[in-house]
Design a protein around this ligand. Structure first.
Ligand code: GSH
Length: 212
């Protein structure tokens, strides 16, 4: 397997966590998003959407981090990243999609770059980022806090796809100096996850392509 990613990409971070949790060794290829390498050959030939991550496996190319993580979960079932019951799976996917579909796309690099190109100042772009982080994390905190299904992690006491999505989003929010004081449940779960080497080793600063 070969993972095409970028140290700061939270979508690639999700896949790194899943690979680590499953104990899968994957070769890494680095796509420098700030230099626009995702928009040109060879990467754009692998993923016409021009977004990382992409995972090469058995001569095929998988894209979309959640599809990749579910593929890894199906082919390497231990430890499972989705609960065994349909209601549990729906809850975990709902939490994961709140990050991957409702928060992350609004704050993607190309969206922030487009806002700048339209003439918005850096302060306005930062405000946009923090606004959507707050909207999304407010919802997640309310969804998780006080729900007996929430345990040490987002769903009970085993890590799941929901944690795989939450931790990179929290890391990203910290990078943009978002105020996370109002999210005690999210911070507690983040801390529990980062105590696990599979999560900590996947942090941006621990990647071979990390930059200051
Ligand atoms: N839904 C996609 C999102 C992928 C994505 O947005 N990747 C970002 C990095 S986290 C990217 O490549 N951005 C490049 C750009 O915005 O030009 C997934 O989950 O894989």
């Amino acid at each position: 397997m070969k993972l095409h990613g970028y140290f700061r990409s939270s979508a690639a971070f999700r896949v790194r966590i899943a690979l680590n949790l499953k104990g899968i060794e994957a070769e890494q290829a680095f796509v420098h998003l700030r230099k626009g390498e995702q928009k040109a050959a060879p990467f754009a030939g692998l993923n016409p959407h021009k977004l990382v991550p992409a995972l090469e496996v058995d001569g095929r190319v998988l894209t979309q981090s959640l599809a990749i993580v579910e593929y890894l979960d199906e082919t390497h079932p231990e430890p499972p990243l989705l609960p065994g019951d349909p209601l549990g799976r729906a809850r975990v996917r709902s939490l994961a999609l709140a990050v991957a579909c409702d928060i992350h796309p609004l704050n993607n690099l190309r969206v922030l770059q487009r806002l700048k190109a339209m003439g918005h100042s850096q302060a306005e772009v930062d405000g946009w980022y923090r606004h959507w982080i707050a909207e999304g994390l407010d919802g997640l905190e309310a969804q998780l806090a006080g729900d007996p299904q929430t345990g040490r992690f987002c769903h009970g006491n085993a890590v799941s796809l929901a944690d795989v999505c939450l931790v990179p989003q929290m890391t990203n929010a910290r990078r943009f100096d978002c105020d996370l004081s109002g999210y005690p449940t999210l911070r507690r779960i983040e801390e529990a996850c980062l105590a696990i080497p599979a999560f900590a080793d996947a942090l941006p600063e621990h990647q071979p392509d990390a930059e200051a």
